[in-house]
Design a protein around this ligand. Structure first.
Ligand code: PLP
Length: 480
């Protein structure tokens, strides 16, 4: 590493990135390339001799950028947001600079200790019960994604139950969730060896914005108990992926407690909103949970990846995931005086991710972060009002947080209940390159999702998106 070369090239890269952000609105939000486009543009093998940075920048501009979907565009309204920010970006830079592999405390004490401190700060911002703090039996850890978070707690829960019920009980273990839960849980069950027939998906209550009804979960548990099965895990969601529904945490937690089950809360997207006092009630009942997860990389200005997981009793996680090979032994770990995060996650190696979260918290402060969330929710409310003001459209479920689920009401002649019509609207809007929205299906209806949450989005972008959708709707309805 030549420090002066890094300085020169680094400055050029920062200039490139700053220019990218300045001109981000000039690119189609959704990449318009065809599958396999890049193979046509790049050579078959790596260069034998070094290329210049100039040549590389040319290729980035001409060949890479067209294949990028611009998640940071202010006209990005698809899925859920994935925020970047100056602070998050600087944190990523510094993390890349140190480039540590912080599996054990000794491999970089600052990485482990900063992670513990920042996760405690965050737990306090969310007003999580004190058991989730590192000073108690619990604590927080940064995972890569919500998928990894739910997998590690599922493994902890599985082993906790098998310890009580005997190792041969694996085939009897049952997981309960709603049909609105993210597919990450199903994948976790597949990996954890939960028998597919024991993955109990309870239909959510469409009359309650697709939150799961605790009675339905209770009923499913009773049926399974009477068949000799062992209910051991309930997963609730705060801010489901399709409609941002909030499951009834308190009641589900009580059910879990009554049956000695693990209770996990996935607040991957909506957890961020709960730093605002007026939205914190969505976490009421978290005191019943064994584990709680939210993605700071979604709606919290922290560059991907940064998924925050807290557990009430870290020993279950550590017992399920720890190994102690000779080559990793060291004085601090042997004395049990430190946290070794390798025992709280799947891989051994881990990045210094707490830096970027620490920098986001320090450089913006809680008040500004709260305003940031409020602004997006306000913009989503504004969009919802726009939809309500046009009788050709309907809001399909009441808006929660910054997601609006809506659709073009199909003329009565439409046989597929508006699927083709709304797919067509989404497709033409996305193909225009001017906005990117996504879809879901609720109660068999094809529904459009408009999720506000990109850091650069302002009211003018929401208004322009709505105008585009209205204009395209007019054209489509004319041709029906
Ligand atoms: N849970 C919820 C509620 C989500 O919305 C998502 C993704 O959008 C996930 C889990 C999966 O997130 P990840 O990509 O971090 O695994």
């Amino acid at each position: 590493m030549d420090a002066e070369q890094l300085r020169e090239c680094g400055h050029r890269m920062v200039d490139f990135i700053a220019d990218y952000y300045k001109s981000i609105e000039t690119f189609p939000v959704l990449s318009q390339v065809q599958p396999g486009y890049l193979k046509e543009l790049l050579p078959d093998s790596a260069p034998n001799r070094p290329d210049t940075l100039d040549a590389l920048f040319d290729d980035i501009r001409e060949k890479i950028v067209p294949g990028v979907t611009h998640w940071q565009s202010p006209n990005y309204f698809a899925y859920y947001p994935s925020n970047s920010s100056t602070a998050g970006f600087l944190g990523e830079m510094l993390s890349a600079a140190f480039n540590i592999v912080g599996f054990s405390w000794i491999t970089s004490p600052a990485a482990t200790e900063l992670e513990v401190i920042v996760l405690d700060w965050f737990a306090k911002m969310l007003k999580l019960p004190s058991q989730f703090l590192s000073s108690a039996l619990g604590g927080g850890v940064i995972q890569g994604t919500a998928s990894e978070a739910v997998l590690v707690v599922l493994l902890a829960a599985r082993d906790r139950t098998l310890k009580k019920q005997g190792k041969k009980s694996l085939e009897k273990l049952v997981v309960y969730t709603s049909d609105q839960t993210h597919s990450a849980l199903q994948k976790a069950c597949q990996i954890a060896g939960i028998f597919p027939e024991n993955f109990r998906v309870v239909k959510a209550d469409c009359s309650n914005n697709y939150a799961v009804a605790p009675e339905a979960v209770s009923e499913a548990i009773s049926v399974d108990l009477s068949s000799g099965l062992i209910p051991f895990f309930i997963c609730a969601t705060v801010g489901t992926t399709s409609s941002s529904a909030v499951d009834p945490l308190h009641k589900l937690g009580k059910i879990a407690q009554a049956h000695d089950m693990w209770f996990h809360i996935d607040a991957a997207y909506a957890g961020s909103a709960c730093i605002c006092p007026e939205y914190r009630h969505h976490l009421d009942g978290v005191e019943e949970a064994d584990s709680f997860n939210m993605n700071a990389h979604k709606w919290f200005l922290t560059n991907f990846d940064c998924s925050l997981l807290w557990v009430k009793d870290r020993s279950h996680l550590i017992e399920a995931l720890s190994t102690n090979p000779e080559f990793l032994k060291n004085k601090a770990s042997q004395a049990n005086s430190v946290v070794d995060f390798k025992d709280w996650q799947i891989p051994l190696g881990r990045r210094f991710r707490s830096l970027k979260l620490w920098m986001v918290l320090r450089l913006y402060g809680v008040e500004n972060l709260q305003s940031y969330i409020r602004k997006h929710i306000q913009l989503a409310k504004h969009f919802e009002q726009l939809v309500l003001s046009d009788s050709r459209f309907e809001v399909v479920t009441p808006r929660n947080f910054s997601l609006v689920c809506f659709r073009l009401v199909p003329p009565t002649s439409e046989e597929d209940d508006g699927r083709k019509l709304n797919y067509g609207l989404m497709d033409t809007a996305n193909s225009s390159g001017k906005i990117f929205i996504s879809h879901t299906v609720l109660s068999g209806k094809f529904v459009l999702r408009f999720a506000v949450g990109a850091p650069l989005t302002e009211e003018q972008h929401v208004d322009a998106a709505w105008k585009l959708l209205q204009d395209e709707a007019t054209k489509l309805l004319r041709s029906v």
